[in-house]
Design a protein around this ligand. Structure first.
Ligand SMILES: [Zn+2]
Length: 343
């Protein structure tokens, strides 16, 4: 009994003097004293050799010894965690840092931001509007009255009937909202998401993105329209790009045109992208129809304007050669990561 008491006293001194410089040394302490084959357990095993009248006293000594070992282990662990937070003495500053994964801007956002910044240089302000529209702003005020055949080109998602509310089919509805405020001149671009009831394929989707532009002031001419769009494509695709206009029809412009640019892949000599014509279509445009100005109580004899509209997906396709519209909304990281360094 005396022998065991002496042994415990020695271990007590050892425990009190023990220091751990790292987690391994603290763990070594735990195994030595508190492990399943540790000293505390071995001392407990000595209980059976103790005479009966000493058992009570020895039990108290053993419990205190166990408590001491446990408390020491806790303080070793706590001491280590404090050290690791505050001490930089052992830090290797030459190691490469842990990089934070940085997200990627979506290609459509990259192109939209680029378009906005180009038109900002020409003092076009960004205008936005609701994605759920009423019939007047989406159709009727834009010379698309009910039963107008051009409505059929935009098979539409209605969310309410009588009064008719629908997911906007173009961002022209934003132009209508700006014009009805009656503040002239107007020089805006309207980027946004639009919806049409299309079968989803590589070339069509039930939602896509447009940027439309509108400039209404005194003496705005077709020459202004041409020069504005020429400036845009040169900024977007480079100085070598040329443009051409083809007559077209839109209910809200007269005259109307489709604008093509020289093919950015073959430079005009003919390839599969331009279907061997040397030209690719990028937007529709025209002079604002006088009756549309009248819809918004603007005098067409005093004011004139031009408007244009393009699909952001289309510009993105030409810029980054993306040949499937579905890629934009599949959230495939392998696709999105390719734009990490795109500007
Ligand atoms: Zn080509």
């Amino acid at each position: 009994m005396l022998q065991v008491a002496q042994l415990i006293e020695n271990y007590r001194k050892d425990i009190e003097a023990y220091e751990a410089a790292n987690a391994q040394e603290a763990e070594a302490f735990r195994i030595k004293y508190l492990g399943s084959k540790g000293i505390v357990k071995a001392m407990m095993g000595e209980m059976k050799n103790v005479e009966n009248d000493q058992k009570r006293y020895f039990g108290v000594v053993l419990n205190e010894f166990k408590k001491l070992a446990e408390e020491k282990y806790e303080s070793l662990k706590n001491g280590l965690s404090n050290v690791s937070e505050t001490s930089t003495a052992n830090m290797d500053w030459s190691l490469p840092g842990d990089t934070l994964p940085v997200g990627t801007r979506h290609p459509l956002s990259i192109v939209r931001n680029r378009i906005v910044s180009i038109f900002k240089q020409l003092a076009f302000a960004v205008a936005e509007g609701p994605e759920i529209e009423d019939d007047w702003h989406n159709f009727t005020s834009l010379n698309l009255p009910e039963f107008h055949p051009a409505r059929d080109m935009q098979d539409t998602f209605y969310v309410h009937k009588n009064p008719d509310w629908l997911l906007r089919t173009h961002t022209s509805s934003v132009q209508a909202r700006v014009l009805e405020k009656g503040k002239l001149p107007v020089r805006i671009i309207c980027p946004g998401r639009v919806y049409r009831n299309e079968t989803i394929s590589a070339r069509a989707h039930c939602f896509f993105h447009q940027v439309e532009g509108l400039y209404v002031d005194e003496q705005v001419s077709f020459a202004d329209l041409k020069q504005t769009l020429y400036f845009f494509v040169q900024e977007m695709f480079g100085k070598d790009v040329t443009i051409r206009f083809r007559p077209s029809y839109f209910p809200f412009t007269e005259p109307s045109a489709e604008m093509d640019i020289s093919c950015t892949v073959c430079g005009g000599s003919g390839c599969s992208l331009c279907k061997h014509t040397g030209w690719v279509e990028i937007l529709g445009c025209g002079m604002v129809h006088p009756s549309m100005l009248e819809n918004f109580k603007i005098d067409p004899n005093k004011y004139s304007g031009f408007a244009f509209g393009m699909g952001i997906e289309r510009i993105c396709q030409l810029k980054y050669r993306i040949n499937d519209l579905r890629l934009y909304s599949q959230n495939d990281i392998r696709f999105l990561r390719q734009f990490t360094s795109a500007l």
